[in-house]
Design a protein. Structure first.
Length: 316
């Protein structure tokens, strides 16, 4: 059986941060039984698929996202993997048969128009989502204010659109998952016994042009970031552990203390991350992100964590 992993590319995906996230789980995480794992901003699901495979004491997962097309993908992968694989295999071979670059671009634009017409059939909707994700520029998912997907065509000869092994593996893991679409606050109602939250919201931009969070037509602005912090306070009140990722505004310029002040009552760690999805190639590369948590560390302590704060001072 293939290893489960994200079935789509996603801006800000956590695949290259998994090890650092793992070492910052609660100290007693593996000692607890029947854990409910909740991700209110599931995105590409790298942390989800890791947690469900690495921690067998997670008996139930609850995932949510505000992007309805993304959630349709998760439900389709879970409930109709074989039908989806047949549909993806067909569109992959059809696309491979188109040889000329301009013809490929025209094919892509036709599929983008079909996707933006919002087909109601989940197989068609998910097939088009997968196709666009594999063939668009740099794997971006971006919509305009009207909610229309507007990423241009990429330049790929034979992109892998149908990854049957991954779909089967992901489908099996998702059998015990509750899949929601909508605002993150609704996930509070799914707390059940030993519960752990991981938040990976749209990141706060580091500048007016350097970041990207157009996953949905609704903007996740500073007011939304503050509302998320208040949600974390609710979890703290009922003693539910959480970990949260976001951009490191202070690490970028040494003056923007938005998150440092907002989460001053919690533990804030800084970790190195590499970002490869950006329209401007000069803005890809290593940078720091913050991890906020409300509990003690598991496999490491503050004294033996990499001293990124000192490294940041040298870099600034």
């Amino acid at each position: 059986m293939a290893k489960a992993k994200p079935f789509i590319k996603w801006v800000g995906g956590k695949s290259q941060l998994i090890e650092q996230l793992e070492t910052r789980l609660p100290a007693d995480f593996d000692k607890k039984e029947d854990i409910t794992y909740i991700e209110p901003f599931v995105g590409g699901g790298a942390m989800l698929f890791h947690m469900l495979q690495a921690h067998k004491n997670i008996k139930h997962a609850v995932i949510n996202d505000i992007n309805p097309d993304l959630i349709t993908c998760y439900k389709t992968v879970r409930d109709q993997p074989n039908e989806l694989i047949r549909s993806l295999a067909f569109i992959q071979e059809d696309y491979y048969s188109v040889k000329a670059e301009e013809a490929k671009k025209a094919y892509y634009l036709r599929m983008r128009d079909r996707f933006n017409a919002k087909p109601v059939d989940p197989i068609e909707n998910t097939t088009l989502f997968f196709f666009l994700n594999r063939t668009c520029f740099n794997g971006l998912y971006r919509v305009n204010k009207a909610g229309k997907f507007n990423v241009p065509c990429g330049r790929y000869e034979r992109p892998l659109i149908c990854d049957a092994d991954t779909i089967h593996a992901d489908s099996q893991l998702l059998q015990h998952a509750t899949i929601l679409t909508g605002d993150f606050e609704q996930t509070f109602e799914y707390i059940n016994g030993n519960t752990f939250f991981y938040f990976d919201p749209p990141y706060r931009p580091l500048s007016n042009t350097s970041s990207f969070n157009d996953y949905a037509k609704e903007s996740f602005n500073d007011a939304a970031q503050i509302r998320l912090k208040h949600f974390c306070d609710r979890l703290q009140t009922v003693k539910i552990p959480f970990m949260l990722s976001n951009s490191d505004c202070f690490g970028k310029n040494g003056t923007d203390r938005f998150f440092d002040d907002l989460y001053k009552d919690y533990n804030i760690d800084r970790v190195w991350a590499s970002r490869s999805v950006n329209a401007n190639g000069t803005k890809r590369g290593k940078l720091t992100e913050i991890l906020v948590r409300n509990y003690a560390l598991a496999n490491c302590t503050r004294t033996n964590l990499p001293n990124i704060n000192n490294q940041l001072k040298l870099a600034l």
